[in-house]
Design a binder for this molecule. Sequence first.
Ligand SMILES: C[C@](O)(CO)[C@H](O)COP(=O)(O)OP(=O)(O)OC[C@H]1O[C@@H](n2ccc(N)nc2=O)[C@H](O)[C@@H]1O
Ligand SMILES: Nc1ncnc2c1ncn2[C@@H]1O[C@H](COP(=O)(O)OP(=O)(O)OP(=O)(O)O)[C@@H](O)[C@H]1O
Length: 301
Amino acid sequence: MTGRSAVTVRVPAKVNVQLAVGGARADGFHDLANVFLAVGLYDEVTAAPAESLRVTAAGPDVDRIPLDRTNLAARAAELLAARYGLAPDVHLHIAKDIPVAGGMAGGSADAAGALVACDALWGTGASRDELLAICAELGSDVPFSLVGGVALGRGRGELLTPLEVGGTFHWVFAVADGGLSTPAVYREFDRLNEGVSVPEPVASGALVEALAAGDAVALAGAVSNDLQAAAVSLRPSLVDTLEAGGGAGALAALVSGSGPTTAFLAKDADAAAGVAAALMASGTCRVARVAAGPVPGATVV
Ligand SMILES: C[C@](O)(CO)[C@H](O)COP(=O)(O)OP(=O)(O)OC[C@H]1O[C@@H](n2ccc(N)nc2=O)[C@H](O)[C@@H]1O
Ligand SMILES: Nc1ncnc2c1ncn2[C@@H]1O[C@H](COP(=O)(O)OP(=O)(O)OP(=O)(O)O)[C@@H](O)[C@H]1O
């Protein structure tokens, strides 16, 4: 033990500025060229000593996340404890601000946050590589929640290479009512591509250059999401949200990951505020949130 009474870790949401999806693999996953960008919408995970493993949560929609051992934060604590021969006796509290099942890696953020918090609380001293290996076991998006910034994810998204970024980008996120199941969206992608030979996913050179230059207009011209058609097929009303944000002057409008959150790139903070106000007024989303990025990954506060 380190003698700490509680550790709080702040973890950002993500948007995928490119999500190139290959064909289904034998293990059921899809190979990706997945360019993640961490944005300033955060969950906070606090780990405190307890008699046994316990999860509590506060925030909008926490009634839609499990508080038993299937919660990704609980699974993270159990995996770390097992690796170090410890009992996972910890109270994990999740202060949730990332939309639930929204395509912004909220559960992944909680998993990465719990891992970093328990590592600090228990003084396990796991190396970065050990933590990243546990993250990859927990889910394809979890390693990125740990590292943050901007990174290219290969394989199923867990094999990360950091990318250079030359500035801050301003985003608006339109949160939809209800979530979309990530496996269901990948299944719909497969259904829509039945009989089609899906090309090997590759990162876009123009996108990588736009990120390095910090050029929002160039980035807007290069963003893409191969899951967008599948998300829209399952939730056709997303078209109205995308059009409302586009019509309000966003440089780019796309579905965030597997959706149903939609993401709008704006030229600066003022433009983002304008797009958010227009989206709220349009009635095509539950709430519109502004957030800038990139920001760092899981950080002890
Ligand atoms: C849509 C994204 O959020 C984009 O970053 C991710 O690809 C999803 O990552 P995630 O939620 O961490 O997904 P996981 O928990 O690893 O996998 C959930 C399910 O999504 C599908 N899945 C996920 C990742 C991937 N590369 N191919 C897949 O087909 C599989 O059906 C898998 O069973
Ligand atoms: N700590 C958690 N926070 C949110 N969801 C969780 C958590 N633990 C388990 N889940 C479950 O995981 C599912 C996915 O939720 P999550 O919020 O991670 O979706 P998402 O943001 O769309 O994920 P991604 O963008 O990584 O595909 C939900 O159905 C939820 O019940």
